[in-house]
Every structure is written in C-alpha cells, then in structure tokens.
Design a protein around this ligand. Structure first.
Ligand code: GDP
Length: 371
C-alpha cells in the first residue's frame, strides 16, 4: 500500500545510507513538496475557466457593477457575431430598466472646449448627486485610428468619480454601426442607473445628425469672434440645436461672447418653430470658470419639463426608435443583398444593357430582384 505522502505526490527517500557512521553520510529525508498542492492541481485540471453569462452580466449591470457594464459595452462594440448575440441577450434582459435618463448631445468644433465644459458641467451634476455617463461618437477615429475627441482621461475629476462613467468612441465600423453601438451602450448605462447621459461629438461631418437622433436635448458649443464658416458649423446643425452656448466667455473674451450671444439668439429666431414647442436660445458659458453651467442645467430641466408636459419628449423618443429601426433594417437588407454571390456581376450586366438601350430600368430592377 502506498504511504499517504506518496499519495500526495511526495516520495520518501528509500535508499539506505551505505555508511551511516561517516560524517559525509546523508540522513534519509523526504523530497521537496511540490509547489502546488496536488489536490488543488487536480482540481484545477477539472475546472474550465467559467465565462460570465449574459444573465450574470445583466444582473451585475442593474446592480451597478461597473466591470460588468464595461464588459457588456465591449460585447456591444465587438464585431464578432457570438459577442453580438450575447450583447443582444443582455440588452433584452435590461430593457425594462432603460430610458430613465436625460440624454444630452454636445457638439462643437475641435478646440471649442467640449472636454473642459463636460468636466465642469459633469462635476456640477455630481455635486447634485446625479450619476453621469459620458459617451462619444468620433468619426475621425474610424478613418485615421486617431481621434479628434482625444483621450477622455483628460476629464480627470470625472474619471476618478464612482458616479461618473466615461467611455471613448467605438473605433471601428461605419458611422451607422458606431451610432448603433453608442446607442446600445447608452441603454446599458441607463440600466446601470446613470440618470444623465452626455453623448459628445465633433461638429464636423455627419456624426452630429446621428447624435441628435439619439438624445433629448442638443447643445451646440460655439466661440465668439469666429465666423460660422470658420467654425465649420453648418446651418443644419444650428437648426438642430436646443441651445447654443458661446463658450470661453471669460477674461477679455467676455464682451465678445456677450455680443455673439445676441447675434445667435436673433439668428435662431429665423428658423422655423421646432416641433418641441421649446424656443431654442443662446447663452454664454465658461468651461474653465464654471460660469453659466448652472444656467445651462436649469435650461435643460426647463426643456425636459416643457416637452414632457406637451408630449414631445415621449414622441421624440418613439420617432427616434422608429427611425433607427428603419435605417438599420435598410442597411442590413442592402448589405445582405450585395453580399449574394454573383450580385455585383449581374448589376454590371444590367447597367450595360441599360446604357446600350437594350433594356428598360424597371425590367432590369425586376430581373435583379427576382434572381
Ligand atoms: P475640445 O477639443 O472641444 O474638447 O476642447 P478642450 O476642452 O480640449 O479645450 C481646448 C482648449 O481651450 C484648451 O487649451 C482649453 O484649456 C481651452 N479652454 C477650454 N475651455 C475654456 C474656457 O472656458 N475658457 C478659456 N479661456 N479657455 C478654455
């Protein structure tokens, strides 16, 4: 029978010493015990690494577990189908907890002071016991892998707070894909109990339209003294704004900011009255000094209460969901259609027939749809 020590992988030294009287004799001893207990080693072999399930992640999110929230957002952002399936399962589970936040979009050209403003505005909200999540859509990061919005760890106070959650822009995929990921991340943040969501974007390109279509309130930050063209702000973006804030209204710049405010306020009156029945306005602020921050928050609260009372708040969210559904459906259907084998060639053939007058438009379209 094996001794208990042998059973644990520890072998007794059995060889007797040929000359036990010699000073050089070696006393019988035991071999070194293995570094890892064989019991644990054997147990380890049978244990496979357990993955956190969708249910566990969903539960964690709802109970405010930030690690689970981050993990779920990573799944939402992944391009792997298995990850997406899991992300959708999590979203489905947390959906009853989604929607209880004020969603604020913030845009403005690089350098207007978005990060500084969000740091200041966010700190004000934290003092008022709000829980804030800051997400971003940065079209530059998809193209160049570099980002205009930059490293959000610049928001030092917010990134250290347990009541703030900052996540940079997802960096791969089409703008539509990035917008979907941001919207789903916003849902997850809401389920985790964040009552105020800021979605930041740069005021160049199409991303502000995407942000506008997922928020309740759209804030445009601008600078005094720089023409609209200089700031790259298109009329369409001004028209989407619920509030224009002339930033950096401090020091020698303050009087210019006050003047710009009056100009923008009158420019806003030229636009048709918005469906929200809330009159968009212009104000001044300073992200560095904190001036105007409280007023902006009060204006947002005023907007929320006005639009909740007149029904626009809920209707706008419904419209946004419908539009998002229709757009995503179109994108997926098109993608699937063009991915069908031989499709590209058939399209080229139809094109040729049309150009040479050998066929008609609707005949070719019917042919393409039927094959
Ligand atoms: P972003 O690119 O829009 O995120 O802008 P940043 O927040 O990074 O700010 C760009 C530059 O403007 C930085 O050098 C800031 O220090 C400066 N800045 C930001 N906010 C203010 C402000 O309220 N007043 C002044 N005077 N400078 C500001």
């Amino acid at each position: 029978m094996e001794s208990p020590n042998e059973d644990r992988g520890i072998k007794n030294q059995k060889e007797p010493d040929p000359n036990p009287k010699s000073a050089l004799s070696v006393n019988p001893g035991v071999a070194d015990a293995p570094a890892i207990s064989p019991y644990i080693r054997d147990q380890r072999k049978t244990l496979t690494r357990k993955e956190t399930t969708a249910e566990e992640l969903a539960e964690g999110i709802v109970s405010g577990n930030r690690t689970h929230l981050s993990k779920a957002i990573t799944l939402v952002e992944s391009n792997l189908e298995a990850h997406n399936d899991k992300a959708q399962a999590i979203l489905e589970l947390v959906m009853p907890k989604v929607g209880n936040s004020v969603r604020i979009g913030i845009t403005g050209v690089p350098g207007v002071g978005k990060s500084t403003f969000i740091e200041s505005f966010g700190s004000y909200l934290l003092e008022k016991n709000h829980k804030l999540a800051v997400l971003a859509i940065d079209p530059s990061s998809q193209r160049t892998k570099g980002s205009i919005l930059g490293d959000k760890t610049r928001m030092e106070i917010l990134s250290k707070s347990a009541n703030a959650f900052i996540r940079p822009s997802p960096s791969s995929g089409s703008l539509g894909g990035v917008a979907r990921k941001t919207r789903e991340s916003m849902y997850l943040c809401e389920a985790a109990g964040f009552d105020t969501i800021i979605i930041e974007t740069v005021g160049v390109g199409q991303s502000e339209t995407q942000v506008h279509s997922m928020v309740d309130f759209f804030l445009l930050l601008m600078l005094a003294g720089a023409g609209d063209e200089l700031q790259g702000i298109k009329r369409g973006i001004m028209e989407m704004a619920d509030l224009i804030a002339i930033n950096k209204a401090d020091g020698a710049n303050e009087p210019f900011a006050m003047r710009a405010r009056v100009e923008y306020e009158s420019a806003l009156h030229l636009f048709p009255a918005p469906e929200s029945k809330w009159t968009p306005r212009a104000t001044t602020c300073s992200g560095i000094g904190g001036k105007g921050i409280e007023e902006i928050w009060n204006l947002i609260l005023d907007y929320v209460s006005t639009t909740k009372t007149n029904g626009y708040y809920a209707k706008n969210r419904e419209d946004q969901t419908r539009m998002w559904f229709e757009e995503t459906l179109k994108e997926v259907v098109l993608e699937k259609y063009f991915a069908r084998p031989g499709k590209k060639e058939s399209i080229l053939e139809s094109e040729k027939k049309l150009m040479s007058g050998k066929s008609t438009l609707l005949k070719e379209i019917k042919h393409l749809m039927d094959t």
